[in-house]
Design a protein around this ligand. Sequence first.
Ligand SMILES: Cc1cc2nc3c(=O)[nH]c(=O)nc-3n(C[C@H](O)[C@H](O)[C@H](O)COP(=O)(O)OP(=O)(O)OC[C@H]3O[C@@H](n4cnc5c(N)ncnc54)[C@H](O)[C@@H]3O)c2cc1C
Length: 353
Amino acid sequence: MKKFDYIIVGQGLAGTVLAFQLKRKGKSVFVIDKHRESTSSKIAPGAYNPMVLKRFTPCWKVEEQLEPLYDFIKNFEETFNESVHTPLKLWRKFYSVQEQNLWLEKSENDRLTPFMNPSFIANPYKDIIADFGFGEVINSGRVQLSKVISLFKEQLENEACFLNEVFDYNALEIRSTAVVYKSVSADKIVFCEGHRLTDNPFFNYLPLMRTKGELITVKLKGLQVRELIKSNISILPLGDDLYKVGATFNWDDKDEVCTVQAKEELLDKLKELVSVSPEVVKQEAGLRPTVKDRRALLGAHPKYDNIIVFNGLGTRGLLISPYLSLQLIDFMEQGISLDPEVDIKRYENEMPC
Ligand SMILES: Cc1cc2nc3c(=O)[nH]c(=O)nc-3n(C[C@H](O)[C@H](O)[C@H](O)COP(=O)(O)OP(=O)(O)OC[C@H]3O[C@@H](n4cnc5c(N)ncnc54)[C@H](O)[C@@H]3O)c2cc1C
């Protein structure tokens, strides 16, 4: 029997960030993940920014999240001696003079001043349609999530701490001081299964909504945009005239199949922003693990304190996962209470008797 501190089920963004942070703190981890080409974490552009750009407001607890994010990135890049992060300027397209005025007004708000350049940016690109210019967001960037996941997986495989299979819940033995799965035992097990939490018999009472999102990668010859531009869609420059364009939000479909409707919606919105004809080279779809109250799902099972969940990262998984993973580790290692806004205790009365 191999003995570890933690078994982690699922190696998307949540499982990767949590397992990496646990290892940094000297804990041993064994990760079980069923390989899938396309998951929410693997298709996500990995962009982050500190603001909600519809209403020009700060993201939830953003001041507490940026430092853990940058710390995670720095440590990850140092550990693997690879670059995964690109700081990017984010430009929000203005649609009217009223929006420009609102931007100026909001940039004087104490919480927003560190994230907003109060000056307007005149549109420097002949092929971008933005008569009212842009507002620039400070502290934005991109992390190549699929690279992060594959580098970490390779390390786990080399250390014989990785199993590529669908977790069999019936094979889990729960003891008072340990959990045993096949030939592996651990003090605790953490489920980081993204939208597949709905299949998990321990946590399927939690109100995970799952919001489908689709993206296209397009060639826009000669556009030469260097910033991440956000209008009613985002365009992220990848180099070589390629841009990721997205994403859609669909609350009804619960599959990961690409649709013609989403492609047309994205191309229609792109036409309002870019005058160059796009050539679509790829389309991807995924299910975001979103929650009814828009807060993550962290904590221990009401009956078994060694069965834990880390889920509900929603639309901004990159920004919040390093911060929340540290909070979850403090909870698991030292019994420090979780923030009630993310603690699954808030849904305890939804658990069937
Ligand atoms: C189109 C789109 C664009 C997005 N863009 C961004 C963005 O730019 N920035 C950002 O921060 N966020 C973005 N997001 C959100 C982000 O992708 C999610 O918040 C995050 O990836 C969720 O990570 P996760 O690890 O919880 O889930 P997942 O990525 O779904 O990973 C779960 C993993 O667990 C495995 N798994 C599940 N169940 C089991 C099981 N029982 N046994 C074994 N393995 C299992 C799966 O195979 C998978 O590898 C986007 C999402 C979508 C869909």
